[in-house]
Design a protein around this ligand. Structure first.
Ligand code: ATP
Length: 378
């Protein structure tokens, strides 16, 4: 068990023409489960590989516990990595796969190794597979063995690189819960890379969001959802994605209206709201963000948008209404609300559900979040 600290970490490839990770600062608490998420190419795997010692940073430092491990070889770091493709030795049995790491990284005698492997196999519910070879196992069983092989070593840190990507949806859900249970029981610090924001949100004590090699936000899942640091995070976290509309602030007397959509949208902010956010409302061009689940139907013309429904997507628990507002705009409504495609509907939302982003920098203007929450701990 250990705390992980990453300071000013940078990784360049191809003589500096590709910056995979750019000035990354992270502090992961002892026993914490941190998920790392972002679009393809944002630097997730490179970050994880640097933590594992499989990739050398261009600059910056990595510490595990009290030790600066930046120049420590992978095999001498007390970390265990679980890969998407399982990475099991095909000619070794499950038992041998699990025992191999122990033989390499500890000075346990054979009897101790056997006891440890059998105990871990029981914990993972794979004790009946110990004499099998990997090609006799299903994908889910292989991933259990890969996890067991990581756990048996009792490392300081678990590193997971999209470990569930090859499994079907049902098995993923089971394995997610299993990984969380094991990590909780063992209390081992874990860093878990995924491109799936749902997985990142449901598994992480805190979530790291990367884009273009840079940290966008680090926070608890609910904080990141409720107070995205910028437009990118607002759009990336949450499904369906947050809707965006370009608006201008229009001061009329002692209140402010947000206007846009070529005059179709005119939203009057309350006096209390303006007083509370007066500093944020000093610029006059914003990107307004509103989540699909915060859009409601109204009979009142005030502060509303009338729009045509283009597609109705029923997903069982909700209906997703695709509307012809500002490109792509989705309202997530009760399944009992079933307008027909082509029908006009009138919508509104509460001012407290609005996010306002700087139209130049994308930075959230209303949230309490500072610039990327690099070193914020829970
Ligand atoms: P994915 O979700 O697609 O796996 P990722 O977020 O894990 O993406 P990385 O694999 O870390 O992203 O890659 C980050 C950037 O670094 C990408 O632009 C990638 O093309 C580049 N990159 C990664 N490895 C190398 C390499 N060995 N040589 C050159 N460029 C690389």
């Amino acid at each position: 068990m250990a705390r992980v600290r990453v300071e000013s970490l940078r990784k360049e490839y191809d003589v500096g023409t590709v910056v995979a990770v750019d000035d990354l600062n992270l502090e992961i608490e002892d026993g914490e489960f941190v998920t790392v998420v972002g679009p393809s190419g944002c630097g997730k795997t490179t970050t994880l590989r640097m933590l594992a010692g499989l990739e050398e940073p261009t600059s910056g430092t990595i510490s595990i516990g009290a030790e600066d491990v930046t120049d420590v070889h992978a095999k001498n770091r007390d970390v265990a990595m679980v890969f998407q493709n399982y990475a099991l030795y095909p000619h070794k049995t499950v038992f041998e796969n699990m025992a191999f790491g122990l033989r390499m990284s500890t000075d346990m005698n054979e009897a101790e190794r056997e006891r440890q492997v059998v105990e871990t196999a029981e914990m993972m519910d794979i004790e009946g597979l110990l004499e099998d070879k990997p090609d006799q196992l299903s994908g889910g069983q292989k991933q259990r063995v890969a996890l067991g092989r990581a756990i048996v070593r009792e490392p300081d840190v678990f590193l997971f690189d999209e470990p569930l990507s090859n499994l079907d949806a049902k098995l993923r859900t089971t394995m997610r819960a299993e990984i969380q249970r094991l990590q909780n029981e063992l209390g081992i610090t874990a860093v878990y890379v995924t491109h799936d924001q749902h997985e990142a949100m449901t598994m992480g004590d805190r979530i790291v969001i990367l884009e273009g090699g840079e940290l966008q936000q680090l926070g608890k899942p609910t904080d990141v959802y409720e107070n995205p640091a910028n437009e990118f995070v607002g759009g990336f976290i949450g499904s369906p994605s947050m809707n965006f509309v370009d608006v201008e602030g229009d001061t009329r007397g002692d209140t402010v209206h947000l206007t846009g959509l070529e005059g179709e949208f005119d939203f009057e902010l309350s006096r209390a709201y303006v007083d509370q956010h007066v500093d944020s409302l000093s610029s006059n061009r914003y990107t307004l963000g509103i989540r699909p689940e915060n859009v409601v139907f109204t009979d009142d013309d005030r502060n509303s948008i009338t729009a045509r429904v283009s597609v109705v997507e029923p997903v069982g628990s909700d209906n997703f209404l695709h509307l012809d507002i500002a490109g792509e705009f989705i309202a997530r409504v009760d399944p009992a609300i079933e307008p027909q495609p082509g029908e006009d509907v009138t919508l509104t939302f509460d001012e407290d559900d609005i996010h306002l982003f700087d139209s130049e920098t994308g930075r959230d203007l209303l949230g309490s979040s500072e610039e990327p929450q690099a070193m914020v701990t829970s």
